[in-house]
Design a protein around this ligand. Structure first.
Ligand SMILES: *Cc1c(COP(=O)(O)O)cnc(C)c1O
Length: 464
């Protein structure tokens, strides 16, 4: 016990530490510094009382305080390096924005803007007008509107078109997406009555036909974004549904989900429906996300017949689901890039990454390997190989996309330790995965200007 009380007495006072030159030189709010100093001293006191013998040297305490201050002043929401190869990584923010979209956010955020102001009339304008005409031009739709995300879009569509009515949907399309979006629950919330038809694996046109009553409000088709049924299965195409619906004066709603604005088959991404084909089929209303295959900000985009869109704008839910000015700025900039179908592949990070082929990925991998070899001190070895990534974001669930990866084998630490250390790497945390006793860095999703930083972090995290 005597050792303990001796150590306790040696613990410096808060005021004393606050005068320490190393801590004085930290650039942070005084309150944060004081709080950190108190926490560190209190933690040491508890350790001593518990019979431990921590160092109470001012130098060591200052190190701890510096670390605590750093933790307290680092943003919780911050950028990371995505080395997983999953382009639309839901947990890592889904789509990255183009430079133009980022600039648009900044300029609208810094100044007053035309959010709801019509410059030529000098009076109140519409928040939706900024993107409406671009969306209708790109898609050929009669009208368009945007809300906070696609879940809100589906809710708004159903609440406007099917409240108090029956909505006929295939049992094979009652999907759950991202845990909280479940078609039957959204239907219930919207006030529509779900009429399930067909079976999990097979739904026929006659199933829809037999379900029609005088209270049928709509047919709903939902893209089964995040899963695929194989084998003995059959679904009714959007074309057929539209044909049947229109014979009976029943509008057809299509929740397209991933929202590719371009046919991606040519780029090796098969089986993913796109907005253009959906429009061609004549569906009355189509909704999709802004931050999946479109590669823009989080948003729900609704396109279709004017009478329905007009009614949605008057729905009180629209106010609750409305899109904010920063998102709108990014969305307009993203959409404008689609007006030039060639340029968009260079500017839109999502399109650029998902369409990257081995022709560009292998040399990119070689450059990352060079950076790693250039700083290597023997604490790891690395080599270039191939692996498979994913589009992600609940898109193209069955297709793996071939990619170039740099495999890292640490010499002194385990793969688990390396992976964990990389998650708190500085300046940017690195999210990587372990496969077959190697740590893999998929270059598809790593920006080239981060290569040197990745190499430095790998080296730092491989130390004993
Ligand atoms: C992703 C998705 C949603 C939800 O869209 P969010 O933009 O994430 O709200 C709804 N329906 C389908 C079919 C989807 O793929």
């Amino acid at each position: 016990m005597s050792v303990n009380s001796q150590l306790l007495r040696k613990l410096p006072k808060v005021d004393e530490l606050l005068r320490n030159p190393q801590l004085v030189s930290l650039s942070c709010q005084h309150a944060v510094l004081t709080e950190s100093v108190r926490e560190v001293i209190e933690s040491l006191r508890q350790q001593i009382l518990a019979g431990e013998e921590p160092s109470v040297e001012p130098q060591d305490i200052c190190e701890q305080v510096t670390l605590t201050v750093k933790q307290k002043t680092t943003m919780n929401l911050r950028p990371v390096i995505n080395a997983t190869g999953i382009v639309l990584h839901t947990n890592l923010g889904r789509a990255k924005l183009s430079t133009a979209a980022v600039q648009a956010i900044q300029s609208v955020a810094q100044d007053y803007n035309t959010l709801e102001y019509n410059l030529s009339k000098g009076s109140r304008g519409s928040r939706y007008s900024h993107v409406e005409s671009i969306i209708t031009k790109l898609t050929g739709a009669e009208d368009a509107m945007v809300v906070n995300n696609n879940a809100a879009a589906v809710m708004l569509v159903l609440s406007t078109m099917a409240k108090g009515k029956e909505v006929v949907t295939s049992r094979g399309e009652l999907v759950e997406i991202g845990g909280a979006f479940r078609v039957p629950e959204i239907m219930e919330q919207s006030g529509g009555t779900l009429v399930e038809v067909g079976t999990t694996n097979k739904t026929h046109l006659r199933d829809y036909e037999n379900a029609i009553t005088e209270n049928t409000g709509a047919f709903l088709k939902v893209h089964t974004s995040n899963f695929k049924i194989m084998g003995f299965c059959e679904e009714v195409s959007l074309d057929e549904m539209v044909h049947l619906g229109h014979e009976h004066n029943i509008p057809v709603i299509y929740d397209l989900g991933s929202g590719a604005m371009i046919r991606l088959e040519e780029y090796g991404i098969a089986d993913e429906p796109n907005v253009l084909d959906a429009m061609k089929s004549g569906a009355d209303v189509i909704s999709f996300s802004g931050d999946k295959l479109m590669g823009g900000p989080q948003a729900g985009i609704i396109i279709g017949k004017r009478e329905y869109i007009e009614a949605m704008k008057k729905n009180p839910l629209t106010r609750a689901f409305r899109i904010d000015k920063l998102t709108l700025a990014a969305l307009e900039a993203t959409l404008r890039e689609y007006l030039d179908p060639e340029e968009v592949f260079k500017n839109n990070p999502t399109l650029r990454m998902i369409t990257a082929t081995m022709d560009t990925l292998v040399p990119k991998g070689e450059r990352l390997l060079e950076c790693l070899n250039a700083v290597c001190d023997g604490s790891y070895s690395a080599y270039l190989t191939e692996d498979f990534g994913q589009v992600g974001g609940g898109s193209v669930p069955t297709q793996m996309i071939r990619s170039a990866v740099v495999a890292v084998n640490p010499a002194f630490v385990s793969l688990d330790v390396l992976e964990k250390r990389l998650r708190s790497a500085s300046p940017l945390p690195i999210i990587a995965r372990i496969s077959k006793d190697r740590l893999l860095l998929d270059v598809r999703t790593i920006d080239e200007h981060h290569f040197e930083s990745v190499a430095q972090s790998i080296k730092a995290c491989c130390q004993k």
